[in-house]
Structures are given as structure tokens and as C-alpha cells.
Design a protein around this ligand. Structure first.
Ligand code: HEC
Ligand code: HEC
Length: 391
């Protein structure tokens, strides 16, 4: 009975026909090219969508999961403990000094200010939350902790590795005990974007949404270009009110009006504008990193090619065994293989690999040394780690 609780809820809510037919709509294809699409106006609109647009997903988070009732009772300290972040720039000066972070009323006040990253709420005159939905920023933004841990300026595109989406969803009163057990098993920084489709659970590490300019296919399994995946997530995971179709997966969801598809080009432009954050000064040893680059060239560039660090731009994917990966997640996706992950901002987002099986860059290197029989010396391994820190 773990199968497909959220999907069952969504399908019941949306009466979605599940069938496969025809090509992906044009907006999901890679229609927007770098150069002609990254106009400032488009990027600004995409930023608004990324941060604040729920695509009408209140139909799931409010109507089905009843999260508005749950959030009404949660104090800010508890919310921060499950990884929710507060946008300091949305707060009037001085408000935090007098705010009671143990009072759920403060959570409602923060939501009224639109200060909780990735969560949108409508609050009535009696301070009751009547509607609640989520945005892309929930999982793909964090803050710089400049005010307090969990409170600061937004960092869009940085995966929120403190966020425990499963634990949050499991608070819903609408779920069965067995579904809650699965959601609770994922842990911080992870989410399974197919659990509600196939009922299986092999959670993925939340990836960065920065550094994607020039990357041909998104996701760990290279399922399709950025707008394909954005539409998939907005409709099938967030519960947005719109269309998504993938004949490979046998999914065809249509909801009118479509609040997703028209926003995809701007959303894409914004994501492509998000640059990889540079490593902090003095966070690596420059001389060792230079030597590590040579180790990388000999042992890693067969797959992590070019400036983008992925051979997927020429269409290649890899069987799980090639890199010693657990294949369970790949078999659930369209291509049954893994994309060579573009290497960007590695210093910023441990753990590594789709399932987070390498906690540190040292673990990454030890993994490859073992599964690909590289026989690197301890010095070479250390130099390779220093190089990876520069990417
Ligand atoms: C509940 C958390 C969650 C939300 C909300 C969410 N994502 Fe994701 N996102 C994920 C996970 C998990 C993956 C990894 C999926 C995979 O690779 O198969 C992912 C993958 C991605 C990727 C691929 C990155 C890469 O390296 O190829 C992009 C881009 C992205 N998401 C953008 C978005 C956008 C835009 C939205 C809003 C429409 C969104 N996400 C909403 C969890 C989330
Ligand atoms: C045979 C192709 C291949 C070779 C050779 C290869 N990689 Fe990879 N790399 C991949 C694939 C595929 C993934 C995605 C695996 C996954 O997430 O399960 C990956 C993922 C990674 C990641 C994780 C990135 C992230 O954001 O999670 C790092 C780091 C990495 N590789 C570094 C290296 C280093 C260092 C070497 C050389 C010692 C190397 N790779 C050699 C194909 C390769």
C-alpha cells in the first residue's frame, strides 16, 4: 500500500487521464537558446516564477494534503529545524528582535510577509492560513545565514540540503501510516521525484539548479532538457495546475487552464542565468590543485569532458556499473542509465552522486579508485580532491 499515495491523491484531485500519445509540447523542448533568451526582462520574470509561483499547486498542498492546517500549528524554530529558510530581505527592520520564535503565530506572520523561502500562503483577517502552496525555491534555494542560522539573503539555485521534504510531507493528516514511513525514511537534502508515480523509494540528493548554461540534458539520468524537467516537477511533484506529457513514462496529464507551460521559457532563462558560485578564497591548495588537474585529465576526462564536465552533451549516458553506481534509481527513469554529472560548485553541495553515497570529495575519489581500479597514490588522491574543490 505504499504505492503511489500522492499520485493517488493527485489523480483523485485532478482526475488526470494517464495515457501516452504524441510529442512533447514545444514549450517543454529545448526551444529557448542561450543568447536570444537571456534578456533581463525574461530573467526577472523567471526569477519571480522560481521564487514565488505555485502554479496552482495549492490543489495538492491545501486541498489534499491539508498542509495549511499543519503549518498553522508550527513555530518558527520547528520550521527551521526541518530546514525551512527565512528571507531576511522580506522582513521589516527590527522585527526579529521582538519576534517569538517559539510561537506558531510568528510563522503565520512570516508567511504573511512572504518571507518563508519556497512557501506561499494566503492568510485571512483572523490570521488563519486558508491556502498554502510551494515553489521551486523550496528545494533549490537556501539563504546565507547572515542574520541567524536559517535566516539571511536568498541564494537561488543552491540546493537546500538542510530541507527534509519527506519529513514535511509526512506531517500531512491525509497520508496513511505506511506512506508516512516512506517519506520519513528519506532524510534531509533528499527527495524521490518518482515515488508518487511508481511507488518505489530510492531518494535523490537535491541537486544545484545553477551552472546549467550549456548543459544539454537535466537530471541525474539525463531525461530531457531543463524545461522538460521543470514541467515534470511542477505538474507531477509540486502538483501544479498544468500539462505534462512523456510517452516514455506513459504520463499524460492535462489540466486547463495550464498554469505551467507558458512560464517555462522565463523559468528556463532564470535558471540558465544562475552562475556556479566560486569556491571561497583559500579553500584549496593551488599548487596541489594544479597537479590534481593532471590526475583528473588522465582518469576522469573520458566522461567529464570539456568545460561543462559532461559527455552527455554529445548524447552519452552510462550504465550504472561503469561508475560502480547502484542502478535502482536508473531503472525507474526514461533512459535506464546515469548522465555524467556536470561538475560545478562541488565545494558547495556535498554529499555526492545521485544517492549521496559519497559524503565527501575524498569518498568520491576513493570510490573511483576502487571501482575503476585506478591505483592512485595517496598524494594523487589528495591532489585530485584539491582540484575538485576548484570546480
Ligand atoms: C520537493 C523538492 C523539489 C522541488 C520543489 C523542485 N525540485 Fe528540482 N529537483 C529535485 C530533485 C530531487 C531533483 C533531482 C532529480 C533527478 O535528477 O532525477 C531535481 C532536479 C532539478 C534540476 C536538474 C539539475 C541538474 O543537475 O540537471 C533542475 C534544473 C531543477 N530541479 C529545477 C527545478 C525547478 C525550476 C523547480 C520548480 C518548477 C523545481 N526544480 C522544483 C527536487 C525538487
Ligand atoms: C565512465 C564515466 C566516468 C568516469 C571515468 C568518471 N566519472 Fe564521475 N560521474 C560519472 C557519472 C555517470 C556520474 C553520475 C553518477 C551518479 O550520480 O550516480 C558521475 C558523478 C561524479 C561526481 C558527482 C557530482 C555531484 O554533483 O554529485 C563527481 C564529483 C565525479 N563524478 C568525479 C569524478 C572523478 C574525480 C573522476 C575520475 C577519478 C570521475 N568522476 C570519472 C561518470 C564518470
Amino acid at each position: 500500500m505504499t504505492r503511489n499515495v500522492l499520485a493517488a491523491l493527485m489523480c483523485a484531485a485532478l482526475s488526470m487521464p494517464l495515457c501516452g500519445c504524441g510529442d512533447a509540447p514545444a514549450a517543454q523542448r529545448d526551444a529557448v537558446r542561450p543568447g536570444n533568451a537571456l534578456s533581463p526582462a525574461m530573467i526577472a520574470e523567471g526569477r519571480r516564477v522560481f521564487r514565488f509561483d505555485t502554479f496552482g499547486d495549492e490543489q495538492v498542498w491545501t486541498d489534499r494534503l491539508r498542509m495549511h492546517e499543519v503549518v498553522q500549528t508550527i513555530d518558527p524554530l520547528t520550521a527551521l529545524a526541518v530546514g525551512l529558510k527565512v528571507d531576511a530581505d522580506a522582513l521589516p527592520p527590527g522585527i526579529l528582535a521582538s519576534a517569538d520564535l517559539e510561537d506558531p503565530a510568528t510563522t503565520v506572520a512570516l508567511l504573511k510577509l512572504n518571507a518563508v523561502v519556497g512557501v506561499r500562503a494566503t492568510v485571512d483577517a483572523d490570521n488563519r492560513i486558508t491556502r498554502l502552496g510551494i515553489t521551486c525555491a523550496l528545494c533549490h534555494s537556501t539563504v546565507d545565514d547572515s542574520v541567524l542560522p536559517g535566516i539571511g539573503h536568498r541564494l537561488d539555485g543552491w540546493p537546500n540540503r538542510d530541507l527534509d521534504p519527506g519529513r514535511i510531507i509526512a506531517l500531512s493528516p491525509s497520508l496513511s501510516a505506511s506512506a508516512k514511513a516512506i517519506y520519513n525514511s528519506w532524510g534531509p537534502g533528499k527527495y524521490d521525484p518518482r515515488f508518487n508515480i511508481d511507488g518505489l523509494s530510492t531518494p535523490l540528493v537535491l541537486p544545484p539548479a545553477y551552472g546549467l548554461l550549456g548543459i544539454r540534458n537535466e537530471t541525474y539520468t539525463g531525461d530531457g532538457p531543463v524545461s522538460y524537467w521543470n514541467a515534470y516537477v511542477a505538474v507531477t511533484q509540486m502538483g501544479g495546475h498544468g500539462n505534462f506529457r512523456d510517452d516514455r513514462l506513459g504520463i499524460d496529464i492535462r489540466q486547463s487552464p495550464d498554469l505551467v507551460t507558458p512560464k517555462l521559457p522565463a523559468l528556463r532563462a532564470y535558471q540558465l542565468s544562475l552562475r556556479t558560485p566560486a569556491p571561497p578564497a583559500d579553500s584549496y591548495d593551488q599548487a596541489a590543485a594544479r597537479r590534481g588537474k593532471a590526475v583528473f585529465a588522465r582518469n576522469c576526462m573520458g566522461c567529464h569532458v570539456g568545460g561543462d564536465g559532461t559527455d552527455n552533451n554529445s548524447g552519452r549516458l552510462h550504465a550504472p556499473a561503469e561508475t560502480g553506481m547502484d542502478g535502482a534509481y536508473a531503472t525507474r527513469s526514461a533512459n535506464n542509465a546515469y548522465r555524467t554529472t556536470p561538475l560545478r560548485g562541488l565545494w558547495q553541495h556535498p554529499p555526492y552522486f545521485h544517492d549521496g553515497s559519497a559524503a565527501t570529495l575524498e569518498d568520491v575519489v576513493a570510490h573511483y579508485d576502487r571501482v575503476r581500479g585506478l591505483h592512485l597514490s595517496p598524494a594523487q588522491r589528495a591532489e585530485l580532491v584539491e582540484y575538485l574543490k576548484t570546480l
